[in-house]
Design a protein around this ligand. Structure first.
Ligand code: 2HA
Ligand code: ZN
Length: 270
């Protein structure tokens, strides 16, 4: 059996959590990541038939029955993931239609998966229906996107258009746009269901006055989506209070669509 700490999925997870912390997106215990794994790669590193303990999830997700996830722990600090992965991360397999998580590795201090596990798992279901290659759901608290939800309309078309106008690359990176939830109580099945619904039409979902969710085929894609949206929000927060003399026009956004072979969300460009 190979050492799981050397597994490419583990190395990448630790690097990503560290990088997110270094970006200031995950203060204290803020943020969470879940990474869908292949059974074949998991079995290279552990005996997947021996559960350390079982943890009820509190929701059903039949689509995910038998699936393996590497996930950050509740109350755990991203800052510490690199120093103690086996305490701050856990590897679980969902069984009983998603109602039970079998812990196969990690959470060594008796811990459990993130409080946002419902939002993560329900979002995986939504994204897998759109893109069978989706593997990652990521949540964090980037300051400028949060700030923007205090001063910008939460209308999804307007929110997306503003971000597209802030950096030339935005429409290329997230042509599907950014969906937005109003403030809701976090850690509940209700916000999980609402997030998953929004994940059907975009890989980025803003939680107003809280943070953002990103989804992607790998950790780099999810990270890069959030990174790009956060950069755009930063520029917006630098200029929102100033007279705007120039912008990226819809005509120019159409030029970008053609040049890069992407299509902005239906009805979002004039
Ligand atoms: O504590 O970010 O949304 C982790 C969170 C909750
Ligand atoms: Zn959060």
């Amino acid at each position: 059996m190979k050492d799981i700490l050397t597994a490419p999925f583990m190395v990448e997870m630790v690097r990503t959590a560290t990088n997110m912390y270094d970006h200031g997106w995950d203060e204290r215990n803020g943020g969470n990541i879940s990474l869908l794994l292949d059974e074949r790669e998991v079995r290279e590193y552990l005996d997947a038939d021996r559960a350390i303990r079982t943890i009820p999830t509190g929701f059903a997700a039949p689509r995910l029955d038998g699936q393996y996830f590497l996930v950050t722990g509740t109350g755990k600090y991203f800052k510490n993931v690199q120093y103690a992965p086996a305490v701050n991360l856990g590897l679980v397999r969902l069984t009983n239609g998603g109602e039970i998580a079998e812990l196969l590795w990690g959470f060594e201090d008796g811990g459990s998966f993130t409080s946002e596990f419902p939002a993560h798992m329900m979002s995986h279901v939504s994204r897998l229906a759109v893109d069978p290659e989706n593997r990652v759901v990521m949540h964090c608290h980037p300051a400028n996107l949060l700030a923007m939800t205090y001063v910008h309309t939460l209308d999804e078309r307007e929110f997306t258009r503003t971000l597209w106008q802030m950096c030339t690359e935005c429409i290329v990176v997230f042509p599907d746009g950014v969906n937005v939830l109003p403030w809701m109580l976090c850690g509940t099945n209700a916000i999980g269901e609402a997030t998953a619904e929004k994940m059907k039409t975009a890989r980025l979902v803003v939680w107003s006055q809280h943070g953002i969710y990103g989804a992607g085929r790998d950790l780099d894609e999810a990270f890069g989506l959030i990174e790009t949206a956060e950069k755009a929000a930063e520029i917006y927060m630098k200029i929102a209070h100033l007279p705007r003399l120039n912008t990226i026009t819809d005509e120019q956004l159409h030029l970008l669509e053609r040049r890069f072979g992407v299509k902005g969300r239906e009805g979002y460009l004039d």
